[in-house]
Design a protein around this ligand. Structure first.
Ligand SMILES: NC(=O)C1=CN([C@@H]2O[C@H](COP(=O)(O)OP(=O)(O)OC[C@H]3O[C@@H](n4cnc5c(N)ncnc54)[C@H](O)[C@@H]3O)[C@@H](O)[C@H]2O)C=CC1
Ligand SMILES: C[N+](C)(C)CCCC(=O)O
Length: 528
């Protein structure tokens, strides 16, 4: 399956692993140090189960995967059908039978080794992520670091999982066992491909489950690297499997009778479908969905930090972040200073080749996504919004980037709560700014949304900060910062942004179940 893709100069690095000796797994990454934007073609199979990469059974439904920075074809994504999904799930189940019987400390050792390998290859993995996703290398390295930290964190928890002992009358007693669920499914989005696969697999594996993961069809290339690394670290074959595909493959996974749980990251409409399908088999579900999060900036804030916070809340990963604080409420008195500073800094963001160290914003995921985001900007103008900067297609001077999906980051002023850009998730680099007068008013406006993923507040008044945090209807509230994501901290939504959590200790609850064992020490007192 050679896509025949090459850059404008006809040069390409073909990364091919067929046939598939397990130790060759690394070679896709071995080509990374020399790789530059517009040169990589991935031709090796992207499915993984039974401890190896698996070639797709059928090539007829192949979909091209694009390199966002150039618009070139990077590889072909070939969706798995029913038989392949079944094979992957059975392979995961075989691993589960072994893995779930190991002590937490034994599982921890494998996971720590996986974390170590990821850390060692962080730059190469990040590079491949950039080529597939379009985000800047500076950010991708942070994503990979968060990924291994997450695996390390849950490795640490694996050995602490335990039940309770409960005394009962007459010497009888009960105890609880914290047991895994079985085979869990992870369905990922394209904005944090490797990190999402790690956020889902780390707690799942720590608890003794196996996982079958389906990446987004737009970003199929790095989840399989994680699968290879788990294997290399000593995980039993099948413990973390990857099946490629889109909605159809996802549906097969959600309906499969051997699946105990589905953890999903993506849009609200798809999340609803996943929940509905999972309900047929009474499967547990975690949903990490979209958002339209408020960021509230009071006049007593430290302005420079608030401006930096607003940029962090809007422009990471070209604005394609579910927890972004895209509704920026600024207290009227400081609006002019805020806008001046935020626009100055937004205009200064270097947009361009995502593999260059100096770049801070790369390309959006796809042409349709770019068009959708630009459409939101034109709609905002029609509805009375004022573009203070950006919001236009951006064509870098480097000829190889001419077909890339770039746009200039945008700040919209003169926004109102009833405008489309303020109500809907844009998933692009567009910040909507609105004035407010009082705390009570801004909380009411901030909560006037069906979403509830995150929120933020900048103020120097500590009472106000905690009062606002208490009253915002969202799963996270950042005080005097935004979009930092330590893996020790739970992450997840309120309202239509979903339920269940990722990261933090609590996620153990979402990947395990309690068995109660009741022990009689005397005779049975029968009523009959
Ligand atoms: N909150 C978040 O983190 C994300 C939000 N989005 C939002 O969603 C919009 C559309 O992006 P998409 O990638 O199309 O999101 P999506 O929600 O359709 O896809 C997410 C994942 O679900 C899978 N999927 C799609 N239909 C499915 C089904 N019927 N059953 C099971 N799995 C299914 C996809 O293949 C992908 O792996 C974006 O423009 C953005 O607004 C997208 C990605 C992440
Ligand atoms: C890493 N962080 C917090 C910037 C974003 C993670 C959530 C997502 O998948 O969008």
């Amino acid at each position: 399956m050679h896509s025949g893709a090459s850059d404008r100069n006809g040069k390409s690095t073909t990364v091919c692993l067929c046939p598939l000796p397990p130790k060759m797994a690394q070679s896709i990454l071995d080509n990374m140090p020399g790789a530059s934007t517009g040169t990589v073609v991935v031709t090796d199979p992207l499915n993984f189960w039974g401890g190896r990469r698996v070639k797709p059974r059928e090539e007829k439904n192949a979909e091209p995967v694009f390199e966002p920075a150039t618009g070139r074809v990077l590889c072909q994504m070939m969706p798995c059908g029913a038989e392949e999904v079944d094979e992957a799930i059975k392979s995961a189940h075989t691993a589960y039978l072994k893995w779930s019987k190991m002590a937490g400390m034994e599982r921890a050792r494998v996971m720590l080794e996986a974390a170590r390998i990821i850390r060692e290859r962080r730059e190469k993995i990040a590079k491949l992520e950039v080529i597939n996703n379009g985000k800047s290398i500076t950010e991708a390295v942070v994503d990979i670091d968060i990924a291994w930290q997450c695996i390390e964190y849950y490795a640490g928890l694996a050995g602490t999982l335990s039940g309770q002992h409960i005394q009962l009358p007459g010497g009888a007693f009960a105890y609880t066992r914290r047991e895994p669920l079985g085979v869990c499914v992870g369905i990922g989005a394209w904005n944090y491909p490797f990190q999402i696969a790690s956020w889902k697999s780390a707690p799942a594996l720590a608890c003794g489950n196996a996982m079958v993961f389906k990446p987004s069809p737009m970003t199929p290339v790095t989840a399989v690297i994680l699968a290879e690394i788990y294997k290399e670290a000593g995980a039993p074959d099948g413990l973390f499997c990857v099946v490629q595909g889109g909605a159809e493959t996802g549906t097969l996974l959600c309906h499969h009778p051997m699946v105990a749980k589905v953890s999903f990251t993506g849009s609200v409409p798809t999340g609803k479908k996943v929940m509905e399908m999972s309900s047929k088999g009474v499967k547990q579900v975690t949903l990490e969905l979209g958002g339209k999060s408020p960021l509230i900036i009071f006049k007593d804030c430290e302005l420079e930090n608030a401006v930096k916070g607003a940029l962090m809340a809007n422009f990471l990963t070209q604005g394609q972040v579910c927890c972004n604080g895209t509704r920026v409420y600024v207290q009227r008195e400081i609006m002019p200073q805020f806008l001046e500073e935020v626009v100055k800094r937004t205009k200064a963001i270097p947009v361009g080749d995502p593999l260059l160290d100096g770049t801070r914003m790369g390309a959006l995921i796809s042409k349709p996504q770019l068009e959708k985001v630009l459409g939101f900007v034109s709609q905002a103008k029609k509805e009375g919004g004022r573009v203070l900067c950006g919001g236009e297609p951006f064509v870098p001077s480097d000829p190889k980037l001419k077909g890339g999906y770039f746009m200039s980051p945008c700040v919209l002023d003169n926004c109102r709560d009833d405008m489309t850009c303020v109500k809907e998730e844009i998933f692009g680099p567009v910040m909507s700014v609105m004035p407010f007068d009082t705390e009570e008013e801004v909380i009411r406006r901030a909560n006037n949304t069906t979403f509830g993923l995150a929120s933020g507040v900048f103020t120097r008044d500590i009472s106000r900060a905690h009062r606002v945090a208490e009253n915002l209807e969202a799963g996270t509230c950042f005080i005097n910062n935004y979009n930092i994501s330590p893996v020790e901290v739970p992450f997840g939504g309120y309202k239509m942004s979903g339920f269940g959590r990722e990261n933090g200790q609590v996620t153990i609850e979402y990947y395990s179940q309690l068995k109660t064992v009741v022990v009689e020490m005397g005779d049975v007192e029968s009523l009959f």
